[in-house]
Design a protein around this ligand. Sequence first.
Ligand SMILES: Nc1ncnc2c1ncn2[C@@H]1O[C@H](COP(=O)(O)OP(=O)(O)OP(=O)(O)O)[C@@H](O)[C@H]1O
Length: 205
Amino acid sequence: MLTIEKFCLSLNHQSLLKDFNLQVAGGEIVTIMGPSGCGKSTFLAALAGTLDSQFSCSGLVELAGKSLLSLPQAEREVGMLFQDDLLFPHFNVAQNLRYGLAANQHPQADVIIAQALQEAGMAGYQLRDIASLSGGQRARVSVLRSLLAEPKLLLLDEPFSKLDKPLRKQFRAFVKAKIETLAIPAILVTHDAEDCLQAPAISIF
Ligand SMILES: Nc1ncnc2c1ncn2[C@@H]1O[C@H](COP(=O)(O)OP(=O)(O)OP(=O)(O)O)[C@@H](O)[C@H]1O
């Protein structure tokens, strides 16, 4: 469960968000929409711990019993997915996925990676170059890499926007199923109202 209470966000002392409250249960996806530049990505960065120094935030953000804002990024256990997949182009699929694995999973890395690829409909893709994958395959490897790190919260910043319509639909369903299976809370930022059809939507800006 993610609990946000009285959350405030400002840029150079100019308020972007004031006294914002939100609860997201495990397996639930809350969608955030708002005009360009209003602060959606910055809000996600505040939760992930990657906020630029010109911004400041305050309030209570509690994730699985931990107070997030006081923790450095590495200890927050927050996964992020962006519009660009950020896969390492010189690593193959398995090497990219291995990078996502939590340290305690390393002894079983090959098995875990094979299983994750199978569930994503990509069985046997371990040695494929990233450059040889389709957009949808890259997107799936990217979400698998984020989830193998066993995040307690998943933040999605327009991860579907570069995919064509049929792929978008497929990938949306794939991500939603993963979040439900892992029972982690997720926040999705999007410009596309269709993305909200599969998730409760709020507009906070
Ligand atoms: N590193 C930065 N330094 C200064 N201002 C920034 C920085 N990053 C973002 N901003 C400003 O902060 C505001 C919020 O930006 P943000 O990227 O969060 O908006 P957004 O709602 O995600 O926009 P979009 O929908 O276009 O992606 C904007 O006015 C932007 O210009």
